[in-house]
Ligand binder design. Sequence first.
Ligand code: AMP
Length: 381
Amino acid sequence: MSFSPLGLPAYLLDTLEKQKFTKAYPIQEMAIPAVLEGKDLLGIAQTGSGKTASYVLPILANLEKVTTRVARHVEVLVLVPTRELAVQVEGVFKLYGKSLPFRFKSLAVYGGASINVQMQALPKVNVLVATPGRLLDLISVNAVQLSAVKTLVLDEADKMLNLGFKDEMDKILTFLPEKRQNLLFSATLSPNVENVRNVLLEDPLVINIAPEEKTVDLINQSAYSVTLAQKGPLLRHLIKAKKMRQVLVFTSSVYQADQVASKLSKNRFSSAAIHGKKSQGARSQALSDFKTGKVRVLVATDLLARGIDIEFLPFVINYELPRSPKDFVHRIGRTGRAENPGEAISFVTEEDRHHFKVIQKKMKKWVDLVDGEETTRLLEG
Ligand code: AMP
């Protein structure tokens, strides 16, 4: 998609054109309209995804709306873990900031460089990109005020936490106004990042651009040879035997999704179906019940699965295989997380055998298949 429909002002579009950025990257396509609207955002994305421009561009566009400016008060604060990233991010602000039709100044501050030079450069700065330690030093000498910050960005949050900046980050948050926009970017969604996300973000847009090929390696995969009649009993057996408290089950048709969910409910497994034939209200309800644990099993078709913004699931079951290997990777990718790999289980009928081979070949990963006799034994035992 080109940048023009995303809502950016013409002066930024001109700079993008000069840069020869003709197409928006997926993260930019999703993030730019949301950030322009003032929404909070959680971006699970690595360097190379285009994440920097995805927040720099709408932040610059929003600066035009800021009418009251106070000396030594910054309007945008970007916290980063390293000096290198600070310089890099500020460079992007500077590049696009040049075209703004109003006065604009950005600055990077980080440790290991003269604090005096940074202090002198601070007045009239709108966008400050900082490493946490140096920012606290500057606050302690009253060189900068954060009480007018409209937007906070935490970039590479996982790295920031791994480097032990949690206390500094918490302290910095106490200097910020309560009402503000928060954007959190992280390459992974570790439990630590989850914690930050929970205190920081309000009803965020979640964008997950984690490379799927990589996540596949993190998933424990298995497959069962089944007959059509064994699918239902095997599903119930696995939910019980593996003590699944939250599991996403995929079917390939709306009809099957409804059937599977209704059969589970009859067997006293709390479940709901989510697919394109349900009303928006029913879908939101099912999803929110699933997230809060009221519903244990969510049965979904591929179409809807893409819109489910749950970043991590412990279990995914392919009750029916998807036609496309890409969809298969997308389905099971919902469980891949470095710190806590999930499990993906596929049901494979005799007719599916060949197709399952194609999927594995495309995925470049071979999955152990429990044979039919073993499946039967499991269900009888
Ligand atoms: P980032 O993930 O923000 O570190 O960006 C990765 C690289 O992609 C940087 O060198 C950007 O200049 C470049 N880049 C970002 N967005 C685009 C785009 N839409 N088209 C082409 N290159 C881009």
